[in-house]
Design a protein around this ligand. Structure first.
Ligand SMILES: [Zn+2]
Length: 582
């Protein structure tokens, strides 16, 4: 009897406390004392205080009201004049690919081969015994010797373990004898089409350096990242993304590497992700086109893979929601090339190097392939992401959408026009009709802006990344870094580039398409959430949304616009938890 009474009391107490926590709404944290920019609506809106509880925003409004909600246990955080914004959202990046690069030794700016060898020696200790020792990023012509290292020099790093170095272009590299052996390549192996192994004076023996497809033949034999290396790729990338204020990352091409799926599944199983990862899976239909589309394409897995099917087989729940912070949200296709291989309806103004006659770039896939993609995915929840730089590529996308709409009806699909660098006015009208969202690679203006002016001519360069045109028309657009195409996934650099449009040489490329800082910030917060179809839970500071936040040392709306890129991310908070702090 006594025991029953105790149980009853425990039950009653449990009930009371759970009722209390359900209805009392005692905020865990209240932020105040700085610029709290909600990013809601077309013009800047500040609130005095933000209350966060259980990973969600409980309240955004006056300090007095927030304090009324506060209880004795609430933590007060004085921003001391800093700026609080919704966490930044990556709308087109290559999170997994970037993470894999991080695992390798950083060989950028090596002064000479001795320095390269020294940096690689440090990598030996960091590399599991069964893995290759790999470095990335040197430039042969910038090193004192003006040439890549030889097998003999790489043997100083390790003579019995495979050692491989890849230059910053990703097209040239060198290997030691152990790596050639592991790859099954001998002095008798002929050069593959489109590449070569550097050989000794006998014309046979392998000296170490290799180019293009020869490099790929060795690289393809590198063991896939598993275990510790797979984990390091994810945690390393998550730290870098969070360091730039991002609470949601994107892998826009999962399956480009043959170990990508395993890396992501490992991250899900071991709960390695500290920020959300939206996955756009590479669909097998484009496999034979990748190498031509991207200079980095040669590093990618050329084999058909069926990434969507493989992911679904392993984790059918990834389609619907974040599972341990990963979600499959889309599929990714490449329709044309980069700035010197973009597919246009009109020829280049000045031909890129090596091109003669009327050159208007390259189509990557036939219409039938893309039509089949739309037939398959338009009626589903998976968004279709299409890489395009030229207007002929945008035409191809719009033709495919028109057919899908005719067959399946209009849907809230939000196809993503990745880069969408040059669009004609008539195309923008169709983009509006179909609800497509362009993600402009504004970061590309700095390295590529001057070339675009020269190669694409005045009209196409001035109207490239038509942010202002979209803004005026009330149409959604986002900004993206495409890291590692941009060497760092800095969101504030994108905002700065969208506001200032300064090329590498300091010229304003397309002054009429510059937009105010607030609108540029919307492109990486509220509209970015919309592009990912996650606007119900992310992108603005509003009650009920996730407490995904970033704290900046300065307010981007209050600094000299060309210094936006220099603003520091001080803290990144994912669902109430600090995932980065400077
Ligand atoms: Zn990309």
């Amino acid at each position: 009897m006594r025991r029953n009474l105790t149980l009853l009391m425990v039950f009653a107490l449990t009930l009371t406390s759970s009722l209390f926590s359900a209805f009392a709404q005692q905020p865990a944290v209240i932020y105040h004392g700085g610029d709290i920019l909600t990013m809601r609506g077309p013009s800047p809106e500040y609130v005095e205080a933000l209350a966060v509880q259980d990973g969600k925003i409980l309240f955004a409004g006056t300090l007095a009201e927030a304090q009324e909600l506060a209880g004795a246990n609430s933590k007060q955080i004085d921003l001391a004049g800093k700026t609080l914004l919704p966490g930044f959202i990556d709308t087109h990046g290559h999170f997994v690919y970037f993470g894999k690069n991080l695992v390798d030794a950083n060989l950028f700016n090596c002064a000479d081969i001795a320095e390269l060898v020294a940096r690689m020696k440090k990598q030996v200790e960091l590399t599991p015994a069964d893995a290759w020792i790999v470095g990335f990023g040197y430039q042969a012509r910038s090193m004192k010797e003006g040439r890549p290292p030889t097998s003999a020099e790489l043997d100083q790093i390790s003579a019995d373990r495979p050692v491989m170095v890849v230059d910053s272009s990703g097209h040239l590299g060198a290997a030691n004898a152990a790596a050639f052996k592991a790859a099954g390549i001998t002095a008798d192996t002929p050069d593959p089409t489109g590449g070569m192994f550097t050989r000794g004076s006998d014309g046979k023996s392998l000296l170490g350096p290799m180019e293009e497809t020869a490099l790929n033949a060795v690289r393809a034999k590198r063991p896939p990242f598993t275990g510790e290396l797979a984990a390091r790729a994810i945690t390393g990338a998550a730290d870098v993304w969070a360091g730039y204020g991002q609470t949601t990352a994107m892998e826009a091409g999962l399956g480009l590497g043959n170990d990508d799926i395993g890396i992501v599944l490992n991250a899900i199983d071991k709960k390695l992700l500290t920020i959300d990862l939206y996955i756009a899976a590479k669909d097998s239909a484009l496999d034979d086109t990748i190498a031509a589309a991207y200079s980095v394409g040669s590093q990618y897995n050329p084999q058909p893979s069926g990434v969507v099917e493989k992911l679904r087989a392993a984790r059918p729940d990834l389609d619907d929601r974040y599972v341990n912070r990963a979600r499959m949200g889309g599929v990714k296709f490449w329709l044309d090339g980069s700035l010197d291989t973009a597919w246009f309806t009109q020829p280049y103004t000045e031909n890129p190097a090596g091109k003669t006659g009327a050159f208007s770039g390259y189509r990557q896939i036939p219409d039938e392939t893309l039509d089949a993609v739309f037939d398959k995915y338009w009626p589903t929840e998976l968004q279709i992401h299409m890489h395009m730089n030229g207007d002929a590529a945008a035409d191809q996308a719009l033709r495919a959408i028109a057919k899908a709409v005719k067959k399946h009806g209009m849907r809230d699909h939000r196809p993503v026009f990745v880069h969408a660098t040059w669009l004609r006015t008539d195309q923008i009208a169709l983009i509006k009709e179909y609800g497509a969202v362009p993600s402009f690679l504004t970061a590309g203006i700095i390295p590529g802006g001057d070339s675009v002016v020269r190669l694409w001519g005045p009209e196409r360069s001035a109207g490239a990344m038509a942010s202002r045109t979209f803004l005026r028309a009330g149409l959604p657009f986002t900004f993206s870094h495409d890291a590692p195409v941009s060497p760092t996934p800095s969101i504030l650099a994108l905002v700065d580039a969208g506001v200032n449009r300064l090329s590498g040489s300091g010229k304003v490329v397309g002054p009429d398409e510059r937009i105010p800082p607030y609108d540029a910030l919307r492109a990486v917060t509220a509209t970015a959430a919309y592009q990912l179809k996650e606007e119900k839970s992310k992108g603005t500071l509003e009650a009920g949304k996730l407490a995904d936040l970033v704290v900046l040392d300065k307010n981007p709306l209050k600094v000299e616009p060309t210094t936006i890129k220099d603003i520091l991310v001080l803290e990144t908070i994912k669902e109430g938890n600090t995932v980065f702090k400077r």
